[in-house]
Design a protein around this ligand. Sequence first.
Ligand SMILES: *[C@@H]1O[C@H](CO)[C@@H](O)[C@H](O)[C@H]1NC(C)=O
Ligand SMILES: *[C@@H]1O[C@H](CO)[C@@H](O)[C@H](O)[C@H]1NC(C)=O
Ligand SMILES: *[C@@H]1O[C@H](CO)[C@@H](O)[C@H](O)[C@H]1NC(C)=O
Length: 293
Amino acid sequence: MSSELMFIGTVLTALVACHSVICSAAKDVSFDENYAVINGYDQVKFLNQEKSELQLSLDRNSGAGFGSKVKYGSGFFQISLKLPPNDSAGVVTTFYLHSGTDSHDELDMEFLGNREGKPIVLQTNVFANGVGNREQKITLWFDPTANYHTYRILWNPHQIVFFVDHIPIRVYKNNTGIGVGYPTQPMQVLASVWDGDDWATDGGKLKVDWSHAPFTAKYKGFKVYGCGSTTNVVEGCFSLNSTTYWWNRMKFWKLEGVYEKYYQNVMKKHITYNYCTDKIRYPVPPPECSTNV
Ligand SMILES: *[C@@H]1O[C@H](CO)[C@@H](O)[C@H](O)[C@H]1NC(C)=O
Ligand SMILES: *[C@@H]1O[C@H](CO)[C@@H](O)[C@H](O)[C@H]1NC(C)=O
Ligand SMILES: *[C@@H]1O[C@H](CO)[C@@H](O)[C@H](O)[C@H]1NC(C)=O
């Protein structure tokens, strides 16, 4: 058996051990319940009457995006997403959190399109207090244009974890104790499709082929598991004992058991760029690099 098949085997066996929210697909609720369109109105199309599925398109004139109606101070954010098919070099499809402030906090999942047959790259980044430059890139173990997959961002007082379905692909610990920035500001949940061909694919060398436009990404699963904040203050959102904010509980303070194994596997086999090991940018690795395990 190839190691890839063994990996998939392990994943299937472990489904039994899943937490229901990590494993189940994002819930179907109406888009209007939690979200609103914020740009490219003509490029947004609802795919059913219940407004539980929506399509964002990018053409030569415009991309499109939507965002949550309120900001959140902690949570287990998730969306189901099917990426633009075919040749999507230069096209960037996103799911992210952003505080919208001057010295902003931001948690990114950005899918960087590619020429047909070449792998789409998932780039993640963490900004705290305006400081980012913490890119990591992975390739996926499936074709993200063929089916919906659920992408998740856990944010609690102890850690931030990015998931692809139920597989943790990145862990960013609260290392404020050693002077590392950690998001503390309420953030809006956002998603978009846009033209990023000046940087996204092969460092900006591969451009959008507009003969394939429009590029359409489909989204569903508009339920938000988060601590809503109507002000710019995180009132009680990081409280550890609240039953409402279950994602703050001890069980989510660090990766356990099989999730730790999945994560190590991704770090071994699927990571293609890690700022922590980029000796040119960081001759001395940033302090969080030795502790984010
Ligand atoms: C994308 O690829 C699929 C399968 O190869 C094909 O059926 C479809 O026509 C293509 N779409 C575009 C816009 O090129
Ligand atoms: C991060 O950890 C520190 C020290 O344990 C704690 O004081 C702080 O509240 C935590 N940050 C967040 C956003 O929960
Ligand atoms: C949480 O509960 C424990 C004991 O059940 C208590 O010691 C602790 O102070 C509580 N923490 C908060 C933030 O309420």
